[in-house]
Design a protein around this ligand. Sequence first.
Ligand code: ADQ
Length: 456
Amino acid sequence: MAVPKARGVAGAQGGLAGALNAALKQHGGIWFGWSGQESESAADNIHLQRNDGVTTATIDLSSRDVDEYYNGYANSTLWPLFHYRLDLTQYERETGKGYERVNERFAECVTPLIEPDDLIWVHDYHLLPLGERLRARGIANRIGFFLHIPWPPTRLFVSLPFHERLVRTMLEYDLIGFQTDEWRESFLHYCRKELGAEVEEDSGAIMFEGRTTIARAYPIGIDWDHFQSQGESDEARAAEQRLLDSTRHRTAMIGVDRLDYSKGLPERIDGIGRFFDQHPDRVRDLVFIQIAPPSREDVQSYQQIRMLLEQKTGQINGARSEVDLVPIRYVNRGYSHAELYGFFRAAKIGLVTPLRDGMNLVAKEYVAAQDPDDPGVLILSRFAGAAQQLAAEGAGAVLVNPYSPDDIAHAIRVALDMPQAERKARYDVMIGTIRDDNVQAWTRRFCEDLAATRND
Ligand code: ADQ
């Protein structure tokens, strides 16, 4: 069977970067995107590199591009809007122009790399109009797009100036993938109500101005084999032991997130504060470890969230610490996947409470790292895409409303006192989908569906 070549196009960030590496190792092809570097030279130098079986072709951006395109339109307009945060969304005409300019430049640079039988797979909100820019250059290949973050409801999305123009560009893709049916339905709703497109709900076909685009849900998974192999390393065992030694008779509860307002970190700390208010004596039973490396530090809303988190953590630690214990350990750095595996395994509660999240791979990694005979409990926000897979019919994860401190406090108490038999039953509900619906299966499904689309 011929394996289709893929041209992945991506901005390198968080969960997405890991997923794409796995996809390219599996299928071959070239990953094209921003190098993450700034340079002012106008020359469109493409840096080609081969690392660990993956070829990357990257270009630098100027500091103006980074300001307007990356920090501006992508991360100060689209990211907050798509996470339902109209209060944080900035609408600036200049950054919108920067977004279009950089997408045009990406199209210009990647076009010579494209061969006639390539599949082109574009990733995420940084590159929504890229397919249309490629079409304008005569690229007739099949082009798919995957959105790693939510698609907002129509009544929020229409607050974006030029919203119609943006969605029209997306209808140049042959296939559009969403993490869940909820986001897919919001997109179809927009196409029907605002564009007057003809939409078939079941197949996800959108017919508009003579073209057909298919919209489907492809829930992303973790790289199960890689993560398990990391878990078998000495590094993972040492990390597990380190956490166990330092928590002694207390149950460790862990949160691991990029420092981002969508992850619900201050709200999570409020929930933990509420738990200790209600059960002051249990400060001897529970220690919370929050690992949160800073991200997007040039964007003001990210600086604010960091300050708020430090303040809230300090308040609880000030009020509840004893000479020999601190209730919250707040760590501002990243760890390797092997170390995270060890920490997850040592922690009997995983607290994953985003206010809104496309999927959330940390929730899946936490469960994947558990001891099947004595697993920990996953507390999961009902607003994470992962909740649709991991909390079906009231089993699996303990679901919470991340905006409610009382709800979080209650879930912590339930998790802390949950008998082993119930923990195992809940783990059994989740582990099959985490193991089988992994990132390789996700890639295969998307590429097969993309190869089967027809718009000739
Ligand atoms: P992210 O918002 O980055 O991803 P997530 O899905 O949780 O969120 O992925 C984060 C990844 O980074 C995980 O693999 C995690 O292990 C790693 N990570 C987080 N904190 C870390 C730390 N302190 N040290 C080391 N590694 C850390 C976006 C969307 C998500 C979607 C993914 C993939 O926002 O909704 O699930 O893309 O599609």
